[in-house]
Design a protein. Structure first.
Ligand SMILES: [Zn+2]
Length: 526
């Protein structure tokens, strides 16, 4: 299948100390759906996720837990992060850890190159530092403390006192790249998206960039600076490099050329690191900048942002244990315009599950298959002459498939789902209007009945293909029930960009009973 264009997509790497919440899962699912779509369309696809494991805070928590930072990270990766990917059914191609040898050695190589080329110098640094953020805070994020921290300067995000740190640091000459970055944003309007994020980044860079402190010597949990092992690399500088070290930078140049550049999906709170620091680092190293940096919005729960610092997190298993992973994947991508903030509520999730998945899609599939079983002994009928209403359904399917592909390419995942759902809605209306149960009463209508049910079945065939990146489990069941696995082969092998073409389901295939794709959920007993 790997014959088409290269498509490489990444999520941010998880900060290993966090507890997985639905915000992490949202980012993962979005990237996974886009990756699955491209993979099934025949693009040479690679999807990457992983964990960010260095830094002072991890060293501190490991020590507090009586272990080493590496053992602490191992435990969290095994017990929290890899299980999260299973919970929400992510089909990533690779998982990188910043403690991987392949990563650490390539980070050193990258750093040495910048040093040799004069982009790194040593200097004295003194500023207020937040351990929670792992960064020296800009003035705009320093506020006066209240309560127990009255009279102290605290971090605006963490509300904890800042530490005045003074140390010899190595600096990256980021200020050299102000003009080149502005030119990049100008020449490639799609480089940072959505538009609101792009505007913020441009405004920030227009104020002029400062050089970036990229090493620390007050602790040693990190990648050693290659020419001075009393320093470790600043965690952000280290973490950003995962996107190239994972695909072979410095080690496997042919794979690196095949994959890079990538599309980065990030939360908007870390967009600036990806849209400013990261391309500047790549420019300094003479490498291509990313294809795109896309900042999605925040999930709001009861009006508050889901974040790692405020303990409003909902564990993804709280949702998947009741609704299943397919519904999780569908809900967040359908209910929230990708790129904007969106609110999560249990009521909305329940309502959409019932109306859209169970009643809209699931019932449609069950009814059509039940009628083919009843009226044609389960054998897919041959269509006779198509009427205008049948041709209208074919046109809807064709258009939905084309629109959805265009939307996925633009990362408008919610629009892609809305397009695909026009097939669900139109097919439901078509069944109601065509009344196959009435046609079945008179043998003279047998040909017409066959045409209607064939049209509905082939529409379900298209739905299974188009929805497989989002609802991999439900569509697999539907594919089996349509008898398509036996005649057309595995669902994931169906070329996605041809899903809209009609009459693909072979007549004479045999359907089999379909259990409810989205079973009724009984309200939990309190
Ligand atoms: Zn902070």
């Amino acid at each position: 299948m790997a014959s088409g264009n290269s498509f490489y997509i990444t999520t941010p790497i998880f900060y290993v100390n966090d507890a997985p919440h639905i915000g992490h899962a949202y980012t993962e699912v979005a990237a996974d759906v886009v990756a699955r779509w491209h993979r099934q369309a025949g693009d040479d696809t690679w999807s990457l996720t992983g964990t960010d494991e260095h830094g002072e805070k991890i060293l501190r928590t490991a020590t507090a837990n009586g272990t080493t930072p590496k053992k602490w990270a191992d435990k969290l990766v095994t017990e929290a992060w890899k299980p999260l990917l299973e919970t929400i059914n992510i089909a990533n191609d690779d998982f990188i850890r910043t403690t991987d040898e392949r990563h650490e050695s390539s980070v050193q190589l990258f750093l040495q190159r910048l040093y040799d080329d004069g982009y790194i110098y040593s200097g004295e640094y003194e500023a207020l530092y937040c351990v929670g953020c792992e960064e020296f805070k800009p003035q705009s994020e320093i506020v006066n403390g209240t309560g127990p921290f009255e009279g102290q300067k605290v971090c605006a995000i963490h509300s904890k006192p800042l530490e005045l740190l003074k140390e010899k640091n190595y600096f990256f000459r980021m200020s050299d790249f102000t003009e080149r970055l502005l030119a990049l944003y100008e020449e490639r309007p799609d480089f940072v998206q959505p538009e609101s994020a792009r505007n913020e980044v441009i405004q920030f860079v227009r104020q002029g960039l400062s050089d970036l402190s990229i090493s620390r010597s007050s602790f040693d949990w990190g990648v050693k600076v290659p020419w001075d092992d009393s320093h470790v690399v600043y965690v952000w500088f280290d973490a950003l490099l995962n996107y190239i070290t994972a695909v072979g930078y410095g080690q496997d140049e042919s794979n690196f050329d095949r994959r890079w550049p990538a599309t980065h999906i990030v939360g908007k709170d870390i967009l600036r690191f990806h849209a400013v620091i990261w391309p500047a680092m790549l420019m300094a190293a003479g490498l291509e900048v990313p294809k795109q940096v896309f900042g999605h919005g925040w999930l709001l729960v009861g009006g508050e942002k889901m974040s790692k610092s405020k303990l409003t997190g909902i564990a993804p298993t709280e949702i998947t244990d009741t609704f299943g992973s397919d519904a999780f994947r569908y809900y967040f991508l359908r209910a929230i315009a990708f790129g904007q903030d969106g609110s999560f509520s249990w009521e909305d999730l329940s309502a959409r599950y019932q109306a859209e998945l169970a009643n809209g899609f699931g019932n449609l599939a069950s009814r059509v298959i039940a009628m083919v079983t009843k009226y044609f002994d389960g054998v897919v009928p041959a269509p006779a002459e198509y009427t205008d209403v049948d041709l209208a359904i074919q046109a809807v399917v064709q258009k939905a498939a084309e629109d959805a592909d265009r939307s996925i390419n633009a990362l408008a995942i919610h629009d892609a789902l809305a397009s695909i759902w026009t097939i669900v809605d139109e097919l439901n209306g078509y069944i109601t209007d065509s009344e196959p149960w009435a046609l079945a009463k008179d043998p003279a209508n047998a040909a017409r009945l066959g045409t209607v049910l064939y049209t509905a079945l082939d529409g379900l065939r298209a739905l299974a293909v188009l929805l497989s990146p989002v609802l991999p489990q439900a569509t697999d069941k539907l594919w089996e029930a349509l008898g398509a696995a036996a005649t057309l082969g595995a669902l994931v092998d169906q070329p996605l960009r041809e899903a809209g073409r009609f009459e693909q389901l072979p007549e004479g295939s045999t359907v089999s009973a379909l259990q409810a794709l989205f079973p009724r959920i009984e309200p939990a007993v309190a």
